[in-house]
Design a protein around this ligand. Structure first.
Ligand code: AMP
Length: 182
């Protein structure tokens, strides 16, 4: 299976759940910028304090801040990885490409998890995270469409994009992802 992967898709599509399963069974590092940011918030670090308010509004934290976190993780990594929730802007994608060029570890595939809005909102509301009330959820979806969705064409043009329908059982979705990555 391919070893250097990105997950793209709206909030609630199941990126985190699928990333955990795939990384556990294929020995990849799971790098979730959302999880890393939430850990900083929980630890009340200066970085966490800066990020918390932005995250609770459903906005994106600054590209610089996220890039610093990702760079540190990738620089110490020699095996495969799966980036989940990053990049989320064209600027982040371009910075990532530069970094990976230096590391001589190009992306091998980008998996787009697709799901309709009604199901996304239902799933997010049942999750109960601090940034999961309906107003913030709708805003996160708008931010996704405006800032992150342009990455779909960006990676399609590079010939890296694989699309997976993200409804059905967790196990069936994992199998569909594995099939496009084999
Ligand atoms: P997630 O767990 O991926 O849904 O991320 C939760 C929140 O963390 C997002 O709504 C953003 O506020 C922030 N975040 C996570 N990843 C990024 C990123 N790559 N760029 C900017 N903000 C991010």
């Amino acid at each position: 299976m391919k070893q250097r992967l990105l997950f793209l898709g709206p909030p609630g599509a199941g990126k985190g759940t699928q990333a955990e399963r795939l990384c556990a069974s294929h020995g990849l590092m799971h790098l979730s910028t959302g999880d890393l940011l939430r850990a900083e918030v929980a630890a009340s670090s200066p970085l966490g304090q800066e990020a918390a308010a932005v995250m609770n509004r459903g906005e994106l934290v600054s590209d610089d801040l996220v890039l610093a976190i990702v760079e540190k993780q990738l620089n110490t990594q020699s095996g495969g990885w799966l980036l989940d929730g990053f990049p989320r802007t064209v600027i982040q994608a371009e910075a990532l490409e530069q970094l990976l060029e230096q590391l001589k570890q190009p992306i091998q595939a980008v998996v787009l998890l697709e799901l309709n809005d009604a199901v996304l909102i239902e799933r997010l509301l049942s999750r109960g995270r601090a940034d999961d009330n309906e107003t913030v959820i709708r805003h996160r979806l708008e931010v996704y469409r405006e800032k992150t969705a342009p990455l779909i064409d960006h990676y399609r043009h590079q010939g890296l994009l694989e699309t997976v329908e993200a409804h059905g059982s967790i196990e069936a979705i994992t199998s569909s992802i594995e099939a496009v990555l084999s």
